[in-house]
Structures are given as C-alpha cells and as structure tokens.
Design a protein around this ligand. Structure first.
Ligand SMILES: [Zn+2]
Length: 301
C-alpha cells in the first residue's frame, strides 16, 4: 500500500461520514460545490391571491413571511390550465407555444418546447412530478422510477412525496393540486367551498415543508408557490382581472429575504427555476429569470 492509497481509505470514510452528517449526497452536484440545490414548485390550480388571503393558510403565510410575495404576478392568454402550465414550465408565452388544448388526449400532442423537466433530464438532474390532473402528462409523461411522474389527489400528495423520495431527494419537484379550480367551477371562485379548498391546499403545503425540513434540505431549497390562473364567477376566461392575477411566493432557505420585482409573469417561472438549479436557460424564451434571489454560501449547483 503506497502513501496515496493509505490516505484514500480514511478520506473516503470522512467524505461518507460528512455526507451522512450533512444529510446530503455528493451525487448530482459538482465535487466541492457544496450541498446541491432543490427547487420545489407548487401550483395551486385556480388559486387567487385574494383567495389565499381570505382562507386560513398558516403554512403559506409563514412561507411568504420568511420569503417574498410578488405584488402583481400574472398568468397569460389563454388563461387555462394546460397552456398556462406549459408557459410556467417552459418559459414560453402563447406567442411561441401556440397551445389552446386544455383536455386530455391519448396520445397527447408533442410539447412545443423544452420544459424544466427536459432540461433536468439533459443535464442528469432527477425530477418528480405529482399532478392533480392527468392532462399535465403532456408536459411530463407519467412514469415510475428515478424520475417519477404521477397523477395524485390532494390528500395523497404527502404520502406520494415520501414514497417517491425514499431513495433520495430529486433536484426538481413539481406539485400540482386541482382542488381550488374544481371547487371554483362547481360553486364559484371565492365561494365557501373554494376557500375551503385553498385551506386544504395549505395543509398539503405544510406536509411539503415538513418533508423539506426533516430531509435537512431547507437551507438549500427554493420553494415557489404559484397558480396557473385565477377565476371569477364559475370560470376563468380572462375577462376579469381576477382571472389573470396569480400568487407568486418564494421561500425556503434560498428564498429568504428575496426582493421580487412588482410584476412577475407566469413564464418567468421556468427560467428562474433553471437558474436556481444552475442549469442553462434555453435561448429565445419569453420569460426571464427573476433577479433578487440569493444563494446560500454553502449551496452549490
Ligand atoms: Zn387551471
């Protein structure tokens, strides 16, 4: 055994012990770059900012208090679930994505551009999608394994997250709840049922935050809480400002003390997520990464 190999054993043991103590893995990040970043993007379908303000939402309120909430975040034409999520997850506006489809087709048409999931795939970063509507599988086809993508009802999201992350946390997690939108179409936006649905979403957000903290990932995580559109009456066709305004809240260790611009567009979300993951942003997007988000000194790509 030469001097170098005598050293290698203890060094490897030290690295393993350190990774264990930090609750993190060196896999997925550059050696020496520190703990890898996680982005948790939560879309509450049809949730209006004033609906969140009216509902009992202690967990979302805590996130906004420790992070920041945009004063004027907006979705874009055609103000419906599938096109809006395509804008959110690709950074493209309708001008480029041209998607009007808001249903489930089997098979779904091809995506008009690369989503955050696709860029993660290309650069070897794992991701997870837990969605409340099957039509979002146009953006990320359903699958199991290291890049799980599932349709899950609101009440099952906490358990599905724990199950899907048993072998380690992915780098990008997208969670979507359909509940506010379903209640809005049934009873009306801002109806008691709608407000109750937002309260249930808040409980789900609480479960997500608990998982982030228990996993030791808080300091290296950016959480974004947003929505695909608002609504008024029993629909969301863009005729009223309430259809267009959306929440856009950043929090987690990487969102602490953030300073957001007044106006955030839904298609700014994808380039912001990619920048925070240290991934290249595709050229020609309509969205731009939001400035003013800090990076923890011990957190790497
Ligand atoms: Zn929707």
């Amino acid at each position: 055994m030469n001097a170098r190999s005598r050293l290698r054993g203890p060094l490897v043991a030290l690295a393993i012990a350190c990774a264990g103590l930090c609750g993190c893995s060196l896999a997925g990040g550059r050696p020496g770059a520190g703990r890898p970043r996680l982005v948790l993007l939560v879309s509450l379908d049809g949730a209006r900012p004033d609906g969140i303000a009216q509902a009992d939402t202690p967990y979302i309120d805590d996130l906004a208090a420790s992070g920041a909430a945009a004063d004027d975040a907006r979705t874009a034409y055609p103000f419906s679930t599938l096109p809006s999520h395509i804008a959110m997850l690709t950074g493209l506006s309708f001008r480029q994505h041209q998607v009007l489809l808001n249903g489930y087709g089997d098979p779904m048409p091809p995506m008009p551009g690369a989503s955050v999931f696709d860029v993660c795939d290309e650069h070897g970063l794992t991701s997870l999608m837990l969605a409340g509507k099957k039509k979002l599988s146009m953006i990320r086809p359903l699958s199991e394994g290291p890049n799980t993508s599932r349709v899950v009802p609101l009440h099952g999201i906490g358990e599905a997250l724990r199950e899907a992350t048993e072998s380690g946390p992915p780098r990008f997690i997208f969670v979507h709840s359909a509940s506010p939108d379903l209640e809005g179409h049934a009873e009306g936006w801002m109806s008691p049922g709608y407000i109750a649905a937002i309260h249930r979403c808040d409980g789900m957000v609480g479960e997500l935050v608990a998982w982030v903290r228990e996993s030791g990932l808080w300091d290296s995580t950016l959480i974004i809480i947003t929505a695909d559109h608002g609504g008024s009456g029993t629909t969301h066709n863009g005729e009223h400002p309430e259809d267009i305004q959306i929440p856009w809240i950043v929090s987690g260790g990487l969102g602490a003390g953030a300073e957001l611009p007044e106006r955030v567009m839904i298609y700014d979300t994808a380039p912001t997520v990619l920048r925070m993951l240290g991934l290249p942003i595709p050229e020609g997007l309509d969205g731009r990464p939001i400035e003013g988000l800090r990076t923890h000194p011990d957190v790497g790509r």
